[in-house]
Design a protein around this ligand. Structure first.
Ligand code: PLP
Length: 406
């Protein structure tokens, strides 16, 4: 395996050199005053990233999945109803977790090539006359399908129905990479992990909670201990953790936040759009289809690409790895053999994306895919060449899509 190659999986991301250095630390005493003093800045930085003014932030030694568990177990009780769209493996897993906790899930089955459906959410909330649904769950960016859901539209749907349900969002592969506004979109719980937009190794679940969701913790009766918000908040207010925290990861998180805020979140989002758009243009030039069937919802952190009939995507991913030492994302769930994924989140440059496109082109050619070698790379080059750097990009991201690439 060649360690010089970047990965093109949608998280864990490539580690920027300075992030690697920031976690390469000797043992730090987690009960020292120095640790307690560093905490307020860490939480303030996270508030900026989540666009959260009031409300609460929790950091657990865990992963995104643990963040979901923390959210559910602190805010809901056995037998509570929740509403969720299923449109990929991550939304499905969240549904299955709720069921495992004894919640009743009203599942809206959606097309895996599209986003969560606000119209059907609104209809089900309207039909819930006694307001028994306690929460609406949405996966902002379905990492399996490369489809982004419109959280503002879901918020509006909840409001139009006049429903009091809380709004819980999986932002694991969107937060810190794509526009995310916890307060403005009326989100009551938002979950992410350290290994995606924060560009760190896996190991932290970061959960932001509104005042309304904190209220719900008073009456919620699902069992919780490790993930108990109340205990965690008491301890972090005193500058500590209820158990041994992963100190190096927390130092890395502080550094990653500094990187993101110094670049500016708007610039970070535009940079992700720019990288993603290059990949989308490459796919169009190959003549292949995106899994996402409406470009308005295309993800800027991962692109899921359908392989032509008669080809096997798992074989392509395996070949790219074994022959060229480069990792791409495999298709997940029912897309296992039909799709592969190119992750483009974290601190990726044009040069890196182009190298990934060049490698997957070679792998496709080796396996006799009907593509013209160099066509995708050229399309992406043209886009990167003709587009200003993210800090100078004026165009609104929805103004430029592959539709005008021809
Ligand atoms: N939700 C989404 C959208 C994801 O992409 C992932 C992981 O890739 C998860 C949840 C699960 O997160 P973790 O693997 O950190 O538990």
């Amino acid at each position: 395996m060649n360690h010089a190659n970047p990965v093109f999986i949608p998280g864990p991301t490539n580690l920027p050199e300075s992030v690697r250095r920031s976690i390469d630390l000797p043992t730090i005493d987690h009960r020292s005053p120095a640790f307690a003093e560093a905490m307020p800045e860490l939480f303030a930085g996270l508030r900026s990233i989540f666009s959260l003014e009031n409300g609460h932030i929790f950091i657990f030694p865990s992963t995104g999945t643990g963040g979901w568990e923390a959210t559910i177990s602190n805010t809901l009780s056995k037998g509570d109803r929740v509403l969720a769209c299923r449109h990929g493996v991550f939304s499905d897993k969240w549904i299955r977790m709720c069921e495992a906790f004894g919640l009743i899930v009203d599942v809206i089955e959606c097309d895996w090539r599209g986003p969560a459906d606000p119209t059907r959410i609104e209809a089900l909330l309207n039909a819930d006359r006694d307001q028994s649904i306690k929460a609406v769950l949405a996966t902002h960016n379905e990492t399996a399908t490369g489809v982004r859901s419109d959280l503002k539209a879901i918020r509006d749907a909840i409001d139009r129905a006049g429903h009091q349900a809380m709004f819980f969002v999986d932002g694991v592969s969107s937060i810190a990479s794509m526009d995310f506004q916890m307060d403005a979109w009326g989100i009551d719980a938002a979950v992410t992990g350290s290994q995606k937009g924060f560009m760190l190794p896996a190991g932290l679940a970061i959960v932001a909670i509104s005042e309304k969701a904190i209220e719900a913790t008073q009456t919620a009766t699902l069992p919780r201990f490790f993930f108990d918000f109340k205990h965690m908040e008491q301890m972090t207010n005193q500058g500590g953790f209820p158990y041994t925290p992963p100190m190096q990861l927390l130092a890395g998180l502080q550094h990653a936040i500094e990187l993101l805020l110094t670049e500016g979140l708007e610039t970070v989002f535009r940079r992700h759009f720019k990288m993603g758009e290059g990949v989308r243009r490459a796919v169009a030039a190959w003549g292949l289809d995106l899994c996402c069937n409406d470009l308005r919802y295309a993800s800027d952190t991962v692109t899921t690409i359908l392989v032509p009939e008669g080809f096997n995507a798992a074989r392509l991913v395996e070949h790219a790895y074994s022959k060229y030492g480069v990792s791409f994302g495999a298709g997940l769930g029912k897309l296992a053999d039909q799709a592969f994924r190119i992750g483009h989140l974290g601190m990726l440059s044009e040069a890196q994306v182009l190298s990934g496109l060049a490698v997957i082109e070679m792998a496709m050619k080796d396996l006799n895919y009907p593509i013209v070698m160099g066509s995708g790379v050229a399309a992406a080059q043209e886009w990167y060449r003709s587009t200003p750097n993210a800090d100078a990009m004026q165009l609104s991201m929805s103004d430029a899509t592959c539709e005008d690439a021809a």
